[in-house]
Write a protein that binds this ligand. Structure first.
Ligand code: ATP
Ligand code: MG
Length: 337
C-alpha cells in the first residue's frame, strides 16, 4: 500500500537534492505517493508573507508527513521564516538530529562520534516575539514553558530508551538565565529521575559545545533548547564530516517533517555539487517513521557502500575519495548499489 506524503522541493540547492532523493526512494521500492507543494522563495515573491499557501496546509494536514528540501527566506521585507511557521503551526516540538562519523571513508578527527541531538523546536528565542523599545533599543523575548520543557525532555529520555542509548546530557546556560534555562534544567532532573537505567548529566552550553567539538565520543543523546540546538547541530555535523551529511526529523502529534539540517546554500545552487546525503538521511528517518524500515535499511546500506567505495561529493573529499561526483551522479551511484 502506498502512503501519501507531501513533498517540497525548496530553494537554492533544494530542488536538485530533492530530485536525487526521490530518485533513490523510487529505485529502492519505497511505497510512497508524493504530493508536491510549492513553498518558499517563489511563494514569498507572490506576496504571501508566510511563504506557504492555504492549499499546501491542506495537503500537509491530510498526509501528516512532509519531506522538505531547504528553503530560503528572503532578507528584509517582513517575510516570516517558513521553517519556524511550519514547526509552530504543525506543533513539531521535537527536532531529532542523529549525527555519526563514517570513518575512515569521510575525513573526521573523531571516528567514534555517534550522537543524537534532540532540540526543542517551538519555544526559546525562536518564538519570534521581538519589540522595538526605542529607536535604538530592540528586544527579543525568550519564552520557555514547563509544558514545553517536559515534552522535549520526556521525548529525549523515551528516545534514549527506545534506541538503546545509555546517557542523556542536557545543555543549558542556567548559571546566567536562572529562570528560563533554570526551569529546563529542573525539569530535566525531575523527569530524568524516572529513567534510572539511563545516565544523566547537565553541562553549561558553552563548555558543552566546546567539548562536543573536541570529545564528541563522550556524548550519546543530547537534549537542549532551540537556539543552542541549532548551533550545536551544525557543530556536530561539521565535526562528523560535513554539514551536508545529517538529516533530521521534526516530530509533532500525528504529524512529522523530515529535512536536512543544512540550509539552501545559495552559493552552491545550480552547480550540481551539493551533497544530497542530508536530505536522503531525512528520507531514511521518514521511512522508519512510516513503518517501511526494510526499505530504509536498504537505502542506508547502499548509501554507506557508496561512501565506502570512495564515491564522494566535494564537501567530503579526502584521502579515501576515488571518484569525485556531483549531486545527481552521487544519487546514481547509490541507486546502482
Ligand atoms: P540556515 O540558516 O538555513 O541554516 P546557513 O546560513 O546555516 O542556513 P547553509 O545553507 O546551511 O547556511 O550553508 C552553509 C554552507 O555550508 C554553504 O554555504 C555550503 O558551503 C555548505 N553546505 C550546506 N549544505 C551543503 C550540502 N548539502 N553539500 C555541500 N555543502 C553544503
Ligand atoms: Mg544553519
Amino acid at each position: 500500500m502506498t502512503v501519501p506524503i507531501t513533498v517540497a522541493y525548496g530553494d537554492g540547492i533544494g530542488p536538485s537534492l530533492m530530485e536525487a532523493t526521490l530518485r533513490i526512494l523510487k529505485a529502492a521500492g519505497a511505497a510512497l505517493a508524493p504530493e508536491v507543494i510549492e513553498i518558499g522563495e517563489s511563494v514569498y515573491r507572490q506576496g504571501v508573507s508566510s511563504g506557504i499557501e492555504a492549499r499546501s496546509w491542506e495537503s500537509l494536514r491530510r498526509t501528516g508527513v512532509l519531506l522538505k528540501a531547504p528553503i530560503t527566506t528572503p532578507q528584509g521585507g517582513g517575510y516570516k521564516s517558513l521553517n519556524v511557521t511550519l514547526r509552530k503551526t504543525l506543533g513539531l516540538y521535537a527536532n531529532v538530529r542523529p549525527c555519526r562519523a563514517y570513518a575512515p571513508y569521510v575525513p573526521t578527527l573523531h571516528p567514534a562520534l555517534d550522537l543524537v541531538i534532540i532540540r526543542e523546536n517551538e519555544e526559546d528565542l525562536y518564538a519570534g516575539i521581538e519589540h522595538r523599545q526605542t529607536r535604538e533599543v530592540v528586544q527579543c523575548l525568550k519564552l520557555i514553558t514547563r509544558e514545553g520543557c517536559e515534552r522535549i525532555v520526556r521525548y529525549a529520555f523515551e528516545y534514549a530508551r527506545l534506541h538503546g542509548r545509555h546517557k542523556v546530557t542536557a545543555l543549558s546556560k542556567d548559571n546566567i538565565m536562572k529562570m528560563t534555562d533554570g526551569l529546563f534544567h529542573q525539569v530535566f532532573d525531575e523527569i530524568g529521575a524516572q529513567y534510572p537505567e539511563l545516565e544523566r548529566e547537565h553541562q553549561i552550553i558553552d563548555i558543552g559545545t566546546a567539548r562536543v567539538a573536541v570529545h564528541p565520543e563522550r556524548y550519546d543523546v543530547i537534549v537542549t533548547l532551540n537556539l543552542y540546538g541549532d548551533i550545536l547541530s551544525d557543530v556536530a555535523a561539521e565535526v562528523a564530516g560535513s554539514v551536508g551529511l545529517a538529516g533530521s526529523a521534526n516530530i509533532g502529534e500525528g504529524v512529522a517533517m523530515f529535512e536536512a539540517i543544512h540550509g539552501s546554500a545559495p552559493d552552491l545552487a545550480g552547480q550540481d555539487v551539493a551533497n544530497p546525503s542530508g536530505l536522503l538521511q531525512a528520507a531514511v528517518l521518514m521511512l522508519q517513521h512510516l513503518g517501511q524500515g526494510a526499505v530504509a535499511t536498504r537505502i542506508d546500506n547502499a548509501w554507506r557502500r557508496t561512501l565506502e567505495d570512495g564515491v564522494h561529493t566535494a564537501d567530503i573529499r579526502g584521502e579515501h575519495t576515488r571518484e569525485l561526483v556531483g549531486t545527481q551522479a552521487f544519487a546514481d551511484a547509490v541507486i546502482e548499489r
